[in-house]
Design a protein. Structure first.
Length: 500
């Protein structure tokens, strides 16, 4: 059972005993208290998860259902440029460099906390010269003294203040490393998603460019027929308006692609003058991901997410701080001592010798206006907050995987129908265009067929982008890219840590 950290007891010697007995009694009292149970709260258990995913699982792919199947997942796309872009981003990204610097800060904090387990030694030297007036007869005495020695202090960690502080610092150091890995996973996913969006944007530019060219030919043909009296002036105006609308749509899509290139340049830290030639090598082709099998057990996948592991370390750190705050309410004992060589000269005489002291110091909390109790309450509240945040994030992570699986399944099942629709509407539009060219079909029928073909072609491109993006989201939500051998970053301050 926990002992009462009240202020009484241990500070007074038994009647009739000397200082040595008082010291021995104090040490025995503190040793007895050290056996009391000052346990910190236990680690947070993951909230209950469903036994299996509710969403349909992708059942194809040569890669198995394990973390190795997701390591360097961007290298399994059929586009080597994506690998170079992700590597460039991870070398030069400022957020990763800041995360690496935070790791160094956490490691320094851990070393500082661990140093409290060891004695402190401080050296010092002092010299002084003193002039003293001597009475009643007039005269002066000049004295010179000097001292050089070493002072030592060792606070004995009876109740676990230092031990819990070290545990908290260790957990936060590991958490900082895990946060670096999580940022790396998120960065890879962001670069890949931006790159896929660019390729889809370029494919849409092709679709809109073909539509604009077709609209321009139709407008020219309609105007020719109108001048010959074979078409009405209203149809001529409609054809010109449709051509202008198609040109506006094309220009807007081209501008969107330029914006995405700029975003990709910022993410990868590559100047556009270097990035654009690489993008031009294989343009307008959506990279295709390698598929893998996802096992039905949610806990197997969520256990490898670095963000959840980082939050779990924060729970452990908060629990250790509760233990440290509780232990701080108990008496403390420290051992101190010093040894020094001292000399003195005065009035022609001199003396020198070695002085030393050693002994324990007992400190018993008597009154602090509730400060230590408030610190325990605050630490317990921070622990409860960290635990709730961890449990909430675990549930959200499971939902992220479910949503990615649902989107992937829907996009996969819709793609075949979307391709059939695009091909069918395209063939129908070609037939209507041939009829209009020989004066048989109507302009309204042609424009309706064109609109359907355009929407179907653009819808197919967007659906293909959605399917690839769903794979990327699935990679990220399953912790993909958490590698034990991360790449070397640009600066020494951002050297990546080892995996904890």
């Amino acid at each position: 059972m926990p002992c009462d950290p009240g202020p009484a007891g241990g500070a007074e010697a038994a009647p009739g005993k000397g200082p040595a007995a008082a010291t021995a009694l104090a040490v025995a009292f503190c040793a007895t208290l050290a056996g009391c149970a000052l346990t910190a709260p236990g680690p947070a258990a993951a909230p209950a998860l469903p036994a299996a995913w509710q969403a349909p699982l992708p059942a194809t792919g040569a890669h198995g259902a394990d973390a190795a199947a997701l390591a360097q997942w961007w290298a399994r796309f059929d586009d080597p440029l994506l690998v170079r872009l992700v590597d460039a981003a991870q070398r030069g990204n400022g957020d990763l460099a800041q995360a690496a610097a935070r790791i160094e800060q956490a490691r320094a904090t851990l070393r500082a906390a661990g140093s409290r387990n060891w004695p402190e030694f401080d050296g010092g030297a002092r010299a002084e010269r003193v002039r003293t007036e001597v009475g009643p007869l007039p005269g002066t005495v000049v004295a010179t003294s000097s001292r050089a020695g070493v002072d030592a202090l060792w606070e004995i960690d009876l109740f676990g203040v230092t031990r819990n502080t070290v545990r908290a610092a260790k957990a936060r150091s590991e958490g900082a490393q895990l946060a670096w890995h999580d940022l790396r996973v998120s960065l890879a996913a962001e670069v890949a998603a931006t790159y896929v969006s660019l390729r889809a944007c370029e494919a849409l530019v092709d679709v809109y460019a073909q539509d604009a060219q077709s609209q321009q030919r139709t407008a020219e043909l309609t105007l020719t027929k109108a001048r010959a009296g074979l078409e009405s002036a209203a149809n001529g105006a409609l054809a010109r308006a449709s051509a202008a609308d198609a040109s506006t749509r094309l220009i807007g899509q081209q501008a969107e692609c330029e914006v995405i290139v700029n975003t990709l340049s910022v993410l990868t830290t590559l100047p556009q003058s270097e990035l654009r030639p690489q993008l031009a090598v294989r343009s307008r082709q959506l990279p295709q991901p390698a598929q893998f099998q996802v096992s039905a057990v949610p806990a197997q996948w969520l256990a490898q997410r670095p963000d959840l592991a980082a939050l779990e370390r924060e729970v452990l750190a908060a629990a250790a701080e509760v233990g440290a705050a509780r232990a701080d309410r108990y008496p403390s004992i420290s051992l101190g001592g010093s040894i020094a060589l001292a000399t003195a000269r005065a009035g022609g005489a001199s003396a020198s010798g070695v002085n030393w002291t050693v002994g324990p110091t007992l400190t018993v909390p008597l009154f602090d206006a509730g400060r230590r109790a408030a610190e325990v309450d605050g630490a317990q509240a921070r622990y409860a907050e960290a635990r709730a945040r961890y449990e909430q994030r675990v549930r959200a992570a499971a939902a992220e995987v479910e949503q990615a699986l649902l989107r992937l399944d829907a996009a996969t099942r819709r793609e075949a129908d979307a391709r059939t629709a695009a091909e069918g509407f395209g063939q129908y539009f070609a037939a209507q265009q041939a009829l209009f060219a020989v004066g048989v079909g109507s302009l309204l029928d042609l424009e309706q067929a064109r609109r359907n073909a355009l929407l179907a072609a653009a819808g197919l491109v967007n659906l293909q982008r959605e399917r690839v993006a769903a794979w990327i989201t699935l990679y990220k939500s399953l912790g993909g890219g958490w590698s034990a051998t991360p790449p070397v970053l640009a600066s020494a301050a951002s050297t990546p840590p080892d995996k904890p």
